[in-house]
Design a binder for this molecule. Structure first.
Ligand SMILES: [Zn+2]
Length: 412
């Protein structure tokens, strides 16, 4: 029987010898077989012995406030941390069309960098209402051919004492938002917000993804409360949070204890190096702290961690090309991790581990899984991270999404 597509001569990261290749047969968007030589006929893509990985996963992203850096007030003083306020000051100017256009431009760049799945945070504060939710929900449907987008609705600018905030959030859950989030730092009652998030998670039977334990104050942490409630309501494996910068301010022994605790409760952490580096240590004039949690240490002690882009071209991170491998390279450089083992774990954090955070049961390269695949011009996952590699080709449900030609040197 002919197949829809056969990717020939693919090298998988799990392969033993470097010259061992397999064929990946695809039918109806699903991987039908992974074998040394598939006899069936069908259209072919020759991977020429290059590494083939599952699609990349952006586990923590903000599509609705991407690409606004050219319209916010410039920061007045490096030592003042005012990124949230500068963003909030223009949110009332957002329109549905504007959010959609920026998010579309961003998502297309992500796809071209090999991303096939994304959890995007969506703000529904009263100054923007449901515009972001509606724009991103439309984008999710329009781009389902290229990427699976999962919406996490949350309140960036406070919740428990903000009139209209709770109503906005609940109406998104009523309309089917699959994840509820939290912005603990900016709520007058952080613990109260955490309790409310879990209450809604139970009510709607959905997953949870906070922003918490950013900054550097190690006298107070939010993750223990999150772990306790996760355990008490049986939500293990369904809870995540972004940042965790405070963990980088702890002695390694205590970091290990954090990793163990997160692992026990099945709470995942998304480390967001670009944003944490740009915003952290603003109180320090020199010898500025880095504020990037060492996810490898947390993983070594039992936690599930991921790395993600978070922000692109906005006050929280005024840089970005949507290259997730560049972000992981930045992370590895900052936490001083190298070598095949540690960089291999870094690659897991934008593939398998991120798929675990998002709970994607059909993810991976084996028969029966969805054919979301990326081809790389590199020998190993560690090389991809070390060189900020760009993918040569990407496939979503077995359909080719893009190809990238290597530059040619024009010799004298
Ligand atoms: Zn975020």
């Amino acid at each position: 029987m002919p197949l829809d597509l056969i990717i020939r001569n693919a090298r998988l990261s799990s392969a033993g010898a470097r010259d061992e290749t397999v064929d990946i047969g695809i039918q109806d968007g699903i991987i039908a077989a992974v074998e040394p030589k598939i006899a069936a006929d069908g259209p072919q893509h020759d991977a020429r012995g290059k590494l083939v990985s599952p699609g990349l996963v952006e586990s923590h992203f903000h599509l609705d406030k991407a690409m606004i850096v050219d319209r916010v007030p410039l920061q007045a003083n490096r030592m003042v941390r005012d990124h949230m306020e500068r963003t909030a000051s223009i949110k009332h100017t957002f329109t549905l069309e504007d959010i959609y256009a920026r998010a579309r431009a961003t998502i297309e760049q992500c796809v071209l960098h090999g991303v096939t799945h994304m959890r995007t945070q969506v703000e529904v504060d009263p100054n923007v209402g449901l515009l972001g939710f509606e724009a991103i929900e439309q984008l999710r449907k329009d781009y389902a051919w290229a990427i699976d987008i999962q919406l996490c609705v949350f309140l960036q600018e406070g919740w428990t004492d903000v009139p209209g905030a709770d109503e906005n959030l609940v109406s998104c859950l009523e309309r089917g938002a699959p994840v509820v989030g939290g912005g603990i730092r900016y709520d007058k009652d952080g613990p109260g917000q955490i309790r409310r998030v879990f209450e809604l998670a139970q009510q709607y039977d959905i997953d949870v993804d906070f922003h918490l334990d950013g900054g550097y104050d190690i006298k107070q942490f939010d993750y223990p409360q999150v772990c306790e409630i996760t355990d008490s309501i049986g939500w293990q494996g369904r809870v995540a949070f972004g940042h965790g910068s405070k963990f980088s301010c702890l002695p390694v022994k205590q970091q290990a204890a954090v990793g163990k605790r997160l692992g026990e409760s099945g709470v995942s952490l998304a480390v967001l190096p670009a944003t944490d580096l740009f915003n952290g240590g603003r109180h320090m004039e020199h010898t500025v702290m880095r504020g990037v949690a060492d996810a490898n240490t947390l993983i070594e002690n039992g936690a599930n961690c991921t790395i993600s882009t978070n922000n692109v071209l906005n006050p929280f991170t005024p840089y970005g090309d949507c290259s997730l491998t560049r972000i992981v390279n930045l992370y590895a450089n900052v936490v001083q991790r190298d070598g095949p083992k540690d960089l291999g774990v870094c690659f897991e954090m934008i593939t398998d581990r991120a798929a675990r955070l998002m709970r994607l049961p059909d993810y991976g390269i084996m028969a029966g899984k969805v054919a979301d695949l990326v081809v790389w011009d590199e020998e190993s996952p560690a090389d991809i991270i070390a060189k900020c590699a760009l993918p040569l080709a990407g496939f979503k449900r077995g359909r080719q999404l893009f190809s990238r030609d290597l530059p040619t040197l024009i010799r004298a």
